[in-house]
Design a protein around this ligand. Structure first.
Ligand code: AMP
Ligand code: TRP
Length: 319
């Protein structure tokens, strides 16, 4: 089984990324041949600052490794180290109906949030289809918001197969049901572009401050509170056992505890959860060339497969 996923270096990785994608990706590396990449071509649709692009790409790789990605099992590489993927994107674009892309939620959402409506942003799902198909991927672990992109990928692969014969495997999304969308500090989806994130490797003081700033209603300390609508409870349940979550919910309903206390409890659960990963990150940082070496090795493995698939594709379409 071949597993593939990507993550954009458009900012620093947050706990939405971790529970939406990275945790599943890391667990899956034991089950097959995994390929994980830093989607820098994709990030160019929103990040046009070369220094930030380079720094973020490196940091995403570092943080992914610190969280448990094992480079001896999974190939970790930069998307742009396999430029063949842009050639495949062109070929796929020639069978992709314009109307299918017009229906993509992520395009509409990003434009509504102020990202420039470039041709690149519009054809983003075609490049993503190329990312997936160029490695003959079987399984793609992603957050719920990427589900439609995988459907578009399957649709494009089917069109190629119908037009040119069996060229591509149809990939399956792997969306964990336990990882519904992780809420941000304001209760909306946690997202780099909303400024409502809790970073996986944020500084302690800053992380505490951000957690203390989670938006709540104005129920007084003494009054009972609704645990079912609270993002504090939702976030806590990512880090705590079922019994611990049940205990917090009980204290919500009982009244007498302010939101501040619940937030402190959330901070300490989160801080403990990522402690081993912070330790691993410090070890990696002590070896300055480690990340670059991992990326170079990953690129080599990815290129070998991409070259093979591209020869097959070129032959199939007559190039
Ligand atoms: P992106 O930051 O858009 O590159 O997202 C990287 C991965 O993290 C994708 O698989 C997303 O689905 C996932 N992801 C991002 N934000 C969230 C969130 N708030 N909740 C769950 N998954 C998320
Ligand atoms: N679009 C994905 C995101 O924003 C990142 C991505 C690019 C990706 N190419 C991919 C994810 C291929 C999985 C497979 O999260």
């Amino acid at each position: 089984m071949r597993i593939l996923s990507g993550i954009q270096p458009s900012g620093v990785l947050h706990i939405g990324n971790y529970f939406g994608m990275m945790r599943a990706a890391i667990a899956l590396q034991a089950e097959g041949e995994a390929f994980y990449f830093v989607a820098d071509y994709h990030a160019l649709t929103s990040l046009q600052n070369p220094k930030a692009m380079r720094e973020n790409s490196h940091r995403v790789a570092l943080d992914f490794l610190a969280c448990g990605l094992d480079p001896d099992r999974a190939a970790l590489f930069r998307q742009s180290d396999v430029p063949q993927v842009t050639e495949l994107a062109w070929i796929l674009g020639t069978v992709t109906p314009f109307s299918r892309l017009e229906l993509a939620h992520s395009y509409k959402d990003k434009v509504a949030r102020g990202v420039a409506a470039s041709a690149g942003l519009f054809t983003y799902p075609v490049l993503m289809a190329a990312d997936i198909l160029i490695y003959d991927s079987d399984v793609v672990p992603v957050g719920k918001d990427q589900k439609q992109h995988i459907e578009i990928t399957r649709d494009i692969a089917t069109r190629i197969n119908e037009t040119f014969g069996e060229v591509f495997k149809l990939p399956e999304p792997r969306i964990q049901s336990s990882t519904e969308t992780v809420p941000g500090l304001d209760g909306q989806k946690m997202s780099k572009s909303y400024g409502n994130t809790i970073d996986i490797f944020g500084e302690e003081k800053e992380t505490r401050k951000r957690i203390m700033s989670i938006v709540t209603d104005s129920t007084p300390v003494e009054a009972p509170k609704n645990p079912d609508t609270s993002s504090i409870v939702q976030l806590y349940s990512l880090f705590a056992t079922e019994a611990e979550v049940a205990a917090m919910k009980k204290r919500f309903v009982a009244g007498g505890t302010g939101y501040g206390d619940f937030k402190k409890q959330l901070f300490s659960a989160l801080w403990d959860y990522f402690a081993p990963m912070r330790a691993r990150r410090a070890e990696i940082l002590a070896e300055p060339s480690y990340v670059d070496e991992v990326l170079a090795r990953g690129a080599e493995r990815a290129n070998a497969i991409a070259d093979r698939v591209m020869s097959r594709v070129r032959a199939a379409v007559g190039l």
